[in-house]
Design a protein around this ligand. Structure first.
Ligand code: SF4
Length: 167
């Protein structure tokens, strides 16, 4: 797995102070994408055990209240194999931290794929769907176009259908 960027302190992508990891590689190629260079799976730098350790350490920073981890892209669900070990560690080693994830897939598309489904249980808030330029709306919080949804993943998994996050 390659990563396009890592932001240690990020207030923009999710609620609270967050560690944000931008993975490389995206199959969706949305018109007007904010991060087209990251479509390339080899863009940026190789994800390493050192970066993984750094993220865990940053999430547990003693002097600042970190809210959680945000996964962006590229397409996180095209990097399941690379992300699962990190997510497993976040769950085990970072208490009370939530995980937000931005994906071009819909919740239903994720649930229909065994590989993608293996990652969904680690996520708390999912912003789903491709960016659609014709539906772009700059007033939306945390998303770029009106077709995208902010979903409460754990609630969605419990009831078996996509449920909107209510904050
Ligand atoms: S899913 Fe996101 S990263 Fe991928 S092309 Fe669409 S806007 Fe860009």
């Amino acid at each position: 797995m390659h990563v396009a960027d890592y932001k240690k302190f990020d207030l923009l992508n999710g609620i609270g102070m967050r560690c944000s990891l931008f993975v490389s590689g995206c199959p969706h190629h949305c018109k007007g994408c904010f991060n087209a260079p990251a479509w390339n799976y080899n863009y940026g730098s190789v994800y390493t055990k050192e970066l993984e350790d750094q993220i865990i350490q940053d999430l547990n920073a003693p002097d600042i209240r970190m809210s959680g981890l945000s996964l962006l892209g590229g397409e996180p669900f095209a990097n399941v194999e690379g992300l699962l070990p990190l997510l497993d560690r976040v769950k085990r080693e970072c208490k009370d931290k939530d995980v937000w994830c931005w994906t071009g897939y819909t919740f239903d598309e994720i649930m229909a794929c065994e590989t993608k489904r293996s990652m969904i249980g680690y996520i708390d808030v999912l912003i789903d769907g491709k960016f659609v330029l014709e539906e772009r709306d700059l007033t939306l919080r945390f998303r770029g176009s009106r077709n995208q949804r902010i979903l409460d993943v754990q609630k969605s998994l419990a009831v078996g259908e996509a449920m909107v996050w209510e904050g």
